[in-house]
Ligand binder design. Structure first.
Ligand SMILES: [Zn+2]
Length: 201
């Protein structure tokens, strides 16, 4: 089993301030969370920087990701470093992801820039049911959406600042291997959890 924060932004997102080096150092130091997905807005630059910095450490895993600003709301792709072709409609983004054997997640569906009920129209692999900066009510609605769509729920802090990292995480029944993690996510071998504020939880 591996614990992963599947939604983190770096300085490569225009609205975020977390240096990739800080993520890597703190992930290495973290007692339980050993994997993260870097999901910057519409770029994989931050992922590449973090991946390079993480390569000397055997205990941590950086999952390639991207949060695409689609015409209807934010969609996270995990498992590819390529950008989908424009126009970024949900349909194009999801089709692209399927071609790449990647995974698509409806990010914070009931917050600003979320797809809301529109998510039901698309073939997602998972729903972000626990987002670290969404309200409990919005997360509850996302959980209900996942149940309705019969899809797994995943968690990500959506950290834009250092103190927002890994407030929530996803427990995945997989080892520290990206393909295994993606397969387990698709199968729903996951559980979402809140972390305590302190690193010593
Ligand atoms: Zn985000």
């Amino acid at each position: 089993m591996i614990r992963a924060d599947l939604h983190i932004h770096t300085t490569s997102s225009p609205d975020a301030s977390i240096p990739p080096k800080t993520i890597v150092n703190q992930l290495h130091a973290h007692p339980h969370i050993k994997a993260i997905a870097i999901t910057d807005h519409n770029t994989t630059e931050g992922y590449h920087k973090a991946q390079k910095l993480a390569s000397p450490y055997e205990d941590i895993l950086i999952i390639p990701g991207i949060e695409i600003t689609t015409t209807e709301g934010d969609i996270i792709i995990l498992g590819t470093t390529e950008l989908p072709p424009k126009p970024w409609t949900p349909k194009n983004v999801i089709n692209f992801s399927k071609q790449k054997n990647s995974l698509t997640i409806a990010a914070h569906p009931y917050r600003a820039y979320g797809l809301g009920d529109q998510a039901k129209n698309y073939n997602f692999d998972a729903i972000e049911t626990l987002n670290g900066i969404s309200t409990p009510h919005a997360n509850k609605m996302a959980e209900n959406l996942a149940k309705t769509m019969n899809l797994p729920g995943v968690a990500g802090s959506d950290a834009h600042r250092v103190d927002e990292m890994w407030t929530v995480y996803t427990e995945i029944q997989a080892s520290s291997n990206i393909n295994e993690i993606l397969k387990a996510l698709k199968k729903g071998l996951v559980r979402v959890a809140y972390a305590r504020k302190s690193i010593h939880f």
